[in-house]
Ligand binder design. Structure first.
Ligand SMILES: [Zn+2]
Length: 490
């Protein structure tokens, strides 16, 4: 809020002159309060300029008059505007470095015209911004000795899963609706160059809503590193919250409140604890830091999404497990585009396998999930009258409304089974596909390609999977009968 000069600081005068001065000051104060009420931030400047009786200087020559004392660190306030389903963001940078500053809002699969307004001010004075690449990048010159830089913008936070259309609301993984909101960091917040941070982040939300984030609490907000702000998903709404200590991590489990009894998930804190504990024991410890999982009913969110520290998911054990597996396969190491079959497909194999191995599901449930992949793939191949190669499907995974997407998940999951069975057979049960994922995780932060995966399997298990990769990834051979393969998995 802007501040008003306290009355005790007004110049003391005597007699009629004092009364005239008082009337003048009171008129100015009233004017000020009116301007403040209308949201205008020029109020204090008007207060200092008018009482002297001298003509006021043109605005550009007025000394800078910051409306608030400069914050001690970078602050970001995000307010949900419910009627428009947009986010209003104000980023305040105290004593910024002078020179060129770039803001980049690049993100795949976000709607193209998501930025609806942008204004940049240095000590209250507007700065000219220049778009440097379509609607994505802005740059401007920060003047020398700026005390407070403020960037205000409005953004439409909608973002859909790769390969799906923006008009399909179930595939949106970032949105604002009346029952809750999900913000994908890199859709809503810019990459700032040169980098600023850490940031103090606050959300202004409808009454009763909370933010589900894995960040450190700070005053009325959170202290966030710029990389986490861009990578993470923020879930907002009314949630039943549980704080858990699991496998060395502090995990916030948030389930959308107000579910009817029959809609309650069978996946709660006990199941989560078993799953994460098994994954950490099998694939390796997670990097330190908090984590948050927010679950919405399936009609509100179809599928899910993960960052290194967050998961937003529909209330389904399989989808939750898939997104949690991404904390290892997807974030502890990443997969290059040609290896999306491992990043998404093998994650879809590991999710039901981890649920079974962790004791959340029976082996029967695991097997029926695998059979469902096989049936789904058969139906797709019959409809398209062809078999697909996983290499081509991985490269085309991002294309909207294409069969490639389903191929990556279903055939990728089945190739996971083929590789797992081959490793089990060759190592007489000593190794599994989890040994490979664990080895890739141990190489942290690498982005792996298909040849890297072939090498990793050979090193971790002694099994040469190149003939299998040739058959199903480089070529389009049909996956063999899953019943025989399932017999090898113990
Ligand atoms: Zn995934």
């Amino acid at each position: 809020m802007p501040t008003v000069k306290p009355a005790s600081q007004w110049r003391q005068t005597a007699g009629w002159a004092a009364l005239a001065e008082f009337i003048k000051q009171a008129a100015v104060l009233a004017l000020c309060l009116l301007t403040l009420a209308s949201g205008c931030t020029q109020g204090p400047a008007a207060l200092t300029a008018l009482p002297s009786g001298k003509p006021s200087a043109p605005p550009a020559e007025r000394p800078p008059s910051p409306v608030e004392p400069p914050p001690s660190q970078v602050e970001l306030v995000a307010r949900l505007d419910m009627p428009s389903s947009r986010v209003l963001v104000v980023l305040t940078v105290p004593r910024p470095q002078a020179g060129l500053l770039r803001l980049s809002f690049r993100d795949l699969d976000a709607i193209l015209d998501r930025l609806r307004s942008m204004s940049v001010k240095a000590d209250g004075r507007p700065l000219a911004t220049q778009k440097t690449s379509g609607n994505w990048d802005f740059q401007f010159e920060v003047p020398q000795k700026t005390q407070v830089l403020s960037v205000s913008y409005t953004v439409d936070p909608r973002w859909s899963a790769p390969g799906s259309s923006h008009t399909d609301t179930k595939s949106q993984r970032s949105y604002i609706r009346d029952y809750g909101a999900i913000l994908r960091g890199c859709v809503v917040f810019p990459r700032v160059d040169p980098q600023i941070g850490p940031l103090r982040v606050r959300f202004l939300l409808p009454q009763g809503w909370t933010a589900v984030v894995p960040w450190e609490k700070s005053d009325a907000g959170y202290l966030v590193e710029p990389s986490a702000l861009l990578d993470d998903y923020v879930a907002l709404g009314r949630f039943d919250l549980e704080e858990l200590q699991v496998a060395g991590s502090q995990v916030t489990l948030a389930v959308w409140a107000g579910l009817g009894q029959k809609n309650q998930s069978k996946f709660g804190s006990n199941e989560l604890r078993k799953l994460v504990t098994w994954l950490a024991k099998t694939l390796g410890p997670l990097p330190s830091g908090g984590r948050s999982i927010a679950a919405f009913p399936s009609e509100y969110l179809g599928g899910g999404a993960a960052s290194a520290g967050t998961v937003v998911t529909e209330l389904s054990a399989r989808t939750m497990a898939h997104e949690i597996v991404h904390w290892w396969n997807g974030w502890t190491f990443k997969t290059a585009r040609d290896a999306t079959w491992l990043g998404e497909g093998v994650t879809d194999y590991l999710a039901p396998k981890a649920l079974w191995k962790a004791g959340v599901w029976s082996k029967k449930q695991f097997e029926s999930e695998i059979r469902a992949y096989a049936t789904g793939l058969k139906t797709l191949e019959l409809r398209e009258n062809k078999c697909f190669s996983l290499g081509e499907a991985s490269e085309n995974y991002w294309k909207e409304n294409s069969p490639w997407h389903a191929v990556v998940y279903q055939k990728g999951a089945l190739l996971g089974l083929v590789i797992d069975a081959a490793i089990h057979e060759a190592s007489r049960g000593k190794h599994s596909i989890e040994s490979v994922i664990a080895a890739l995780c141990a190489g942290r932060s690498q982005t792996v390609t298909t040849p890297n995966i072939e090498d990793a399997v050979l090193r971790a298990t002694g099994v040469d999977i190149r003939p299998l990769v040739d058959r199903y990834v480089r070529k389009a051979a049909a996956i063999p009968d899953v019943e025989a393969l399932l017999k090898s998995i113990r």
